[in-house]
Design a protein around this ligand. Structure first.
Ligand code: AMP
Length: 193
């Protein structure tokens, strides 16, 4: 089973993905975390990505798609893989479908976390103070919201159009309450793979 967790910056998708990983045993593949590790290690990919990420822009589709293809090849959990932060463009979604199709696999579900924009910005500013992420400043936050609205939101329509199960989750409230909503949906899901 391949699942995608999807939501705007600050929606809590990384936090919820980690909880899904713990409860359901799926491998959690976060492209943001992978890129931040590359930046921290000073690898060639990290050098290419650092400035793009700090500005709140998206790294090139082919770069991130190659990383995901390599990581998917190493993911062996029988429960499957939960993709967090990928795909972020329709091009990436098509590339993912193509790489999965080679193995007779496909995306089984998409969890879409919805949070009003004013709450997102408040959360990101708070995270900036707590974690000091390079892209949690007002300018980069505005750019990430813009990228989300103009490029990433269309990915949801892409999946809906292809008949993939899109689970909409209200992302406001306590972390545990949001996770309970996800858990309820996934437990009853069964899946189609
Ligand atoms: P995230 O941790 O998911 O918020 O990602 C942090 C940053 O990493 C994003 O703002 C982008 O600069 C970059 N990034 C992560 N995933 C992708 C992706 N699928 N496509 C392009 N850029 C990405």
């Amino acid at each position: 089973m391949i699942g995608v967790i999807f939501g705007p910056p600050g929606s809590g998708k990384g936090t919820q993905a980690a909880l899904v990983q713990r409860s359901f045993g799926m491998d959690h593949l976060s492209t943001g975390e992978i890129l931040r590790a590359e930046v921290a290690h000073g690898s060639p990919v990290g050098h290419e990505a650092a400035r793009i990420m700090a500005a709140g822009d998206l790294v090139p589709d082919d770069l991130i798609t190659h990383i995901v293809e390599r990581r998917l090849g190493r993911a062996h959990s029988p429960a499957g893989v939960l993709l967090d932060g990928f795909p972020r463009t329709v091009e990436q979604a098509k590339a993912l479908d193509a790489m999965l199709a080679k193995e007779g696999r496909k995306v089984g579900f998409v969890i879409a976390i919805d949070v009003p924009e004013n709450i997102l910005v408040q959360r990101l500013i708070k995270r900036a103070a707590e974690e000091g992420r390079a892209d949690d400043n007002r300018k980069a936050i505005a750019e990430r919201m813009h990228e989300y609205r103009t490029l990433t939101e269309a990915v949801l329509e892409y999946y809906r159009g292809r008949g993939v199960r899109v689970i909409e989750i209200a992302g406001v409230g306590e972390v545990e309450a949001v996770f309970e909503r996800i858990q309820k949906e996934l437990s009853g899901a069964g899946g189609d793979e």
